[in-house]
Design a protein around this ligand. Sequence first.
Ligand code: SF4
Length: 368
Amino acid sequence: MPWPASADLLAPLAPWFDGVRRDLPWRAQDLNAPHADPYAVLVSELMLQQTQVATVVPYFLRWMDRFPTPKALAVADEDSVHKAWEGLGYYRRARFLKAAATVVAARGWPADLAGLAELPGLGPYTAAAVGALAFQWPTPALDGNAFRVLARLLLIEGDPRERAVDLRAWLPSALRAHGPSRLTQALMELGATTCQATPACGRCPLADRCEAHRQERTREIPPVAKRAPQHTAVLWLLALEAEGRYLLHPPAARGLLAGLWRWPTLDANTLDATTGPTSALRAWPGWTQVYTHRREAVSPLHLQWDRSFPAPEGLLWVTCAELGALPLGKRDQRLRDLLATPGEHPLTAPDPAALLEVLGFTDSQTGG
Ligand code: SF4
């Protein structure tokens, strides 16, 4: 059965959104005009990928204070960019944002969706969202929320992402009729607040026209994708301190934690020495760190030595003062915060000498 015209089907969304919209620092007051600051839209869209609105707000405000224009971000050094992003996770977004700002500072904003999609880090969704929210282009932004709402509304069987081409052709007439920025945000808001995994159809402005609701099939549409079980790595996270300095890995150019300083880690399975703690050791209860494709069961340890030793290959000594200013990922920040908490934490943990032996540090390197 052909889908009903999008402009008619989605008509109740726009007035509903005008009634429920929250004031967010990146939102334009006038949803009928192009946004006064497209850069603010770009920053917010990249921050909102994978991160909740409430978390993003203070980061966004600090970021715009620190890097108020594409040019300011383009000329900023990478460490300060990572530092400003610290705690938001998925640091690739910060690097993409800087790279996109560099292009915009040099050439100005692209004139169409294809140009936006060529900016570093902007996939089809983000490019379309920036097109609609910043420039009022009728570019359909389909993220997980939009796919879920539209799958239920139109009773799309199977994975709605497989109908992305059809949905992108179907949506523009509604975007033109009700305003690209307003309707795009309305769809996002409905998915985020009402048509969630368990939908609240009783307070949905589209309930009288939603096929999945009418047929009582909202539980099965869209089908939930099965995730492969994730491997969990078991690690010691090590703060090795000597003479007021700590050993850290400098940032790698690529990979999950690119651009970030890291504590050394040790696979806990390679260590079987479990003698009691010493006065030179602090240990804290561990936690599970979850990444997109990886989980780590992390046990933090603090080892203190009387004298520093030559930094092993790939590691650098940094002072306590420098440590506070370096960009670290969430896992590593957590150990930095623990180090700042006073008091002994003598939990059962491996013998420090055994740990260093496994790390490959000899007695002469550690000063005895
Ligand atoms: S009626 Fe229910 S299932 Fe349909 S769009 Fe609204 S909240 Fe989602």
